[in-house]
Design a protein around this ligand. Structure first.
Ligand code: IPD
Ligand code: CA
Length: 252
């Protein structure tokens, strides 16, 4: 299976279906609830229906934000968030995209994160480097005075004075891709709130771009054994050990 071709084809189809709703209230109409308890809005449903139309005939396992898990006892598991940043999408804030990750026997195999507005395609096959629109990408070299980070925490943290800029965009998977390309130095969520569907594709891309990915204790980040749409994670993604240590110090 050409996972990269399939991922991009689905991304482009979803883009065509949902972009007419960008920034419009009709797209936010609640049509159900996801397995993790979040509301499913009309645009989530439209995009997920498209994903399922392509993936169901393949008889692979599917983990998708709105539907949850479809277990076909396959060695392949495809993890998707059809729209990461749904709230941004419906309110007209231009940061959202499509996250598509493929695991083989529960090991990362391929990740694609696609931004509809910029048409930026971030992708990586495990072990083969990370790419943005076909060009190789690497995390940014860390310089404390120039660092830009994003973070999600229920604690009152005081990171604004410790880095040059803080940017919280509301689409975790997309923001992780920004770390991979060097637009952000790091990002973390310690609520814990993000699910496998939000982070899987960009996790593979960030790893290939050289990011360090840990849990809230600084231990290597691991997906729980059964990939599912409900587990919530603490995750820290950083371009450098020094940044990771600074974050760990702040959150403890
Ligand atoms: C959300 C975004 C957001 C993050 C939430 C996610 P969704 O994804 O990634 O940045 O803070 O945890 O649920 O619901 O728009 O796909
Ligand atoms: Ca979503």
């Amino acid at each position: 299976m050409n996972w990269n071709e399939l991922g991009l084809k689905i991304a482009k189809e979803i883009e065509k279906d949902v972009m007419p709703y960008f920034g419009k209230k009709e797209g936010a109409k609640i049509v159900g609830y996801s397995p993790s308890g979040d509301t499913t809005e009309l645009v989530d449903r439209i995009s997920e229906d498209n994903v399922l139309k392509h993936l169901k005939p393949l008889n692979v396992n599917i983990v998708s934000e709105e539907t949850g898990t479809i277990d076909n006892n396959s060695e392949w598991t495809v993890v998707i968030d059809p729209i990461d940043g749904s709230f941004n999408f419906t309110t007209g804030f231009p940061c959202f995209g499509f996250c598509f990750a493929v695991f083989k026997d529960n090991n990362p195999y391929y990740g694609l994160t696609y931004e509809f507005l910029t048409k930026n395609t971030y992708e990586a096959f495990a072990g083969k480097g990370a790419f943005l629109n076909g060009e190789k990408i690497k995390v940014k070299e860390y310089n404390e005075k120039e660092a830009v980070i994003s973070y999600y925490s229920r604690k009152n943290l005081n990171l604004i004075g410790k880095v040059r800029r803080v940017r919280i965009m509301g689409a975790f998977g997309i923001e992780m891709a920004y770390v991979a390309r060097g637009a952000l130095d790091g990002i973390f969520d310690i609520r814990p709130y993000v699910r496998t569907t939000d982070i899987a594709s960009s996790y593979i891309i960030c790893k290939e771009a050289g990011a360090i990915i840990t849990d809230e204790n600084g231990d290597e980040f691991k997906f729980k054994f059964d990939l599912n749409a409900t587990d919530r994670y603490n995750i820290i993604v950083a371009n450098d050990e020094k940044l990771l240590n600074m974050i760990l110090e702040e959150i403890k």
